[in-house]
Design a protein around this ligand. Structure first.
Ligand code: ATP
Length: 578
């Protein structure tokens, strides 16, 4: 019994190797053992396959879990980004956004802001007024805050705008966003006093907004302008630069910034670290390529490009975000759109005649292409006993609000303004919108008309065009707009000589007229639609008559235009050489 017990105990303890030694000792039980071994082997096999199956199951389960996690993360991201707090922006920025009635981010901002806030360079393409400026300005303010910029640190961010109207608009938005911050912003544009700008730059500007020529001037001629701490550059509405053929000015700006970095010893690599943001209202292949051109990357062979593609490194190290390809506007069917073709010298007389006939019991808005022009016309209308209100973005807030309220509550009123100013104000019961200077392009025309038709479906619109601007009309008609020609009135109010005398005698009026004339010509020369608005074809003698001058006054805009032409010629010759 003791032996049996010991065997039994051993059998529990024996390992597979020792069993082979047992076989040699007891051959009669070998067949049973072989069968057992087979069974064990089969069992092991089954166990292994089961294990493998379990492993695969686990793998699949893990993968599924990961997928569901990612999905839920994405869903969470979509769900969570509903307010500006979700971007973990500073409270002060959110407060100033709220003050400007910007409480929830729109679709574009939900996509672009996270990328901008992580310091990525991007190109944003989307419809007009879709919140691009707000998006890049939030990043600028956040960046200046983060690095605790002081005036002595100089410029931390630059925004390049195509014309002074856009620059002023961006400046207003930046001022609103920087209200609770210790950083400041400044604008440098053509037509403004250079010495005053230099003085401001000497004291220190953290967010610098400007038109390309004036920016270039200060980069080259103002050594007190500190750019060694620059972190961020924005090119706003890049398609307009390309349309106007002024992208070479952008290249020059980036070149001189690079030179400035190279001159300061410690910052030789800083140019490559710059965050560059490009915005565009239209999808354009050239806008897509602008990033590499501005970065001044050396051109690569086909082989090098293919090699990089294989490694997963493209030439494009920035994100291209396109929200909507086509602009969608809704224009009320009851809206009457019209245009009148008018010789330049008769524009003002036509406007006065029209207003005299129409202004009883109706509200009329007149859009001009520059603030100075709006100011002058408002003044000259009141001298001609047609009282009018004035409205522009740069105005003092109190006066601006007062004028908006006056116009909104009046039964009969005339408002002189610029296109950019009124685009975001809700005006109701307006009888007529007069576009004394045509909007920059068809899209802007459509945008303003559709905005107004929302609140004034039975309104009339009137576009003033000169005979040399017939191309503009063609492009409007291509968009299949129901725009018809209004007959030119036979008896114009004969007032020209009186007006000229009045302007000549009154010092304030004369200065206003001169500034308005200058503003008009500068705005005309910076038009992106060169096929429609060609400064070379503009008859300055006739135009000066519409500003109540007998002869064109002496103003220094020719210098800027000449300089621009010189740049273009040089660039054209360089291209030819290459
Ligand atoms: N999330 C938002 N909520 C409410 N209003 C907004 C929002 N984003 C922008 N806006 C308003 O829309 C208007 C247009 O915004 P913005 O100037 O940023 O657009 P944009 O796309 O840069 O226009 P542009 O076509 O002139 O380049 C501004 O008055 C701004 O206050």
């Amino acid at each position: 019994m003791s032996q049996k017990k010991s065997r039994k105990r051993n059998s529990f303890r024996v390992d597979p190797q020792s069993s082979s030694s047992d076989q040699s000792e007891d051959p009669s039980s070998s067949s049973e053992r072989a069968q057992n071994q087979k069974k064990n082997k089969n069992k092991n096999k089954n166990q292994n396959t089961n294990n493998n199956k379990n492993k695969n199951k686990n793998k699949n389960q893990n993968q599924n879990k990961k997928k569901t996690k990612k999905k839920s993360q994405k869903q969470n991201n979509k769900k969570t980004i509903s307010t500006f707090q979700d971007f973990s922006l500073d409270k002060t920025i959110i407060r100033s956004l709220k003050k400007n009635t910007i409480e929830t981010p729109n679709e574009l901002q939900k996509v672009c802001l996270p990328k901008l806030l992580t310091g990525e360079s991007i190109t944003m393409t989307s419809n007009m007024k879709s919140g691009k400026a707000i998006c890049f300005l939030i990043r600028a303010v956040e960046l200046l805050r983060k690095y605790k910029f002081r005036q002595r640190n100089g410029v931390g961010a630059i925004v390049v705008c195509q014309n002074h109207e856009i620059a002023e608009e961006v400046n207003q938005l930046s001022k609103a966003l920087l209200k609770n911050q210790s950083q400041n912003c400044g604008v440098v544009v053509e037509g403004a006093n250079k010495q005053a700008e230099k003085k401001k730059l000497r004291i220190g500007v953290n967010l610098l907004i400007g038109t390309p020529q004036r920016l270039l001037y200060h980069l080259k001629q103002t050594p007190e302008l500190i750019t060694t701490n620059l972190k961020y550059i924005v090119v706003d509405q890049a398609e307009k630069f390309l349309k106007a053929g002024s992208d070479f000015e952008l290249e020059e700006i980036f070149k001189s910034i690079k030179n400035r970095f190279e001159l300061s010893q410690n910052n030789s690599d800083q140019f490559n670290k710059l965050q560059i943001v490009i915005t565009s209202n239209k999808k354009d292949d050239n806008v897509h390529q602008l990033h590499n051109i501005l970065r001044r990357r050396p051109k690569k062979n086909q082989k090098e490009k293919e090699k990089e593609k294989g490694k997963g490194k493209g030439d494009d190290i920035y994100h291209y975000i396109q929200m909507k390809e086509k602009l969608e506007y809704q224009i009320s069917e009851n809206l009457t759109q019209g245009y009148v073709i008018c010789e330049p010298e008769k524009r003002l007389l036509l406007l006065i005649t029209l207003l005299r006939r129409l202004s009883t019991n109706s509200k009329i808005i007149i859009c001009f292409n520059s603030i100075k022009s709006a100011e002058f016309h408002s003044e000259i209308l009141s001298y001609s006993q047609i009282p009018s209100l004035l409205l522009y973005n740069k105005m003092e807030k109190l006066e601006k609000n007062r004028n908006i309220l006056k116009f909104k509550t009046a039964n009969q009123a005339i408002l002189c303004t610029t296109c950019n100013t009124i685009s975001n104000i809700k005006f109701e019961s307006v009888a007529m919108l007069v576009q004394y200077d045509p909007p920059i392009d068809e899209d802007e025309y459509l945008y303003t008309i559709s905005k107004f038709s929302q609140y004034n479906p039975k309104m009339r619109t009137l576009l003033f065009l000169q005979p040399i601007e017939s191309h503009y009309l063609k492009s409007l008609k291509k968009m299949k707009l129901a725009i018809k020609e209004f007959a030119f009135p036979k008896n114009l109010f004969d007032y020209q000589k009186k007006l000229e005398k009045m302007v000549n005698k009154t010092y304030i009026l004369y200065n206003l007229a001169r500034e308005a004339y200058r503003g008009f010509v500068l705005a005309y020369s910076s038009h992106s639609r060169k096929d429609c608005f060609n400064i070379q074809e503009l008859d300055l003698l006739k135009i000066s008559k519409s500003f109540c001058f007998e002869f064109p006054p002496k103003v220094d805009f020719e210098k800027t235009i000449k300089r621009r032409n010189r740049y273009k010629r040089r660039r054209f010759l360089n291209k030819k050489k290459n």
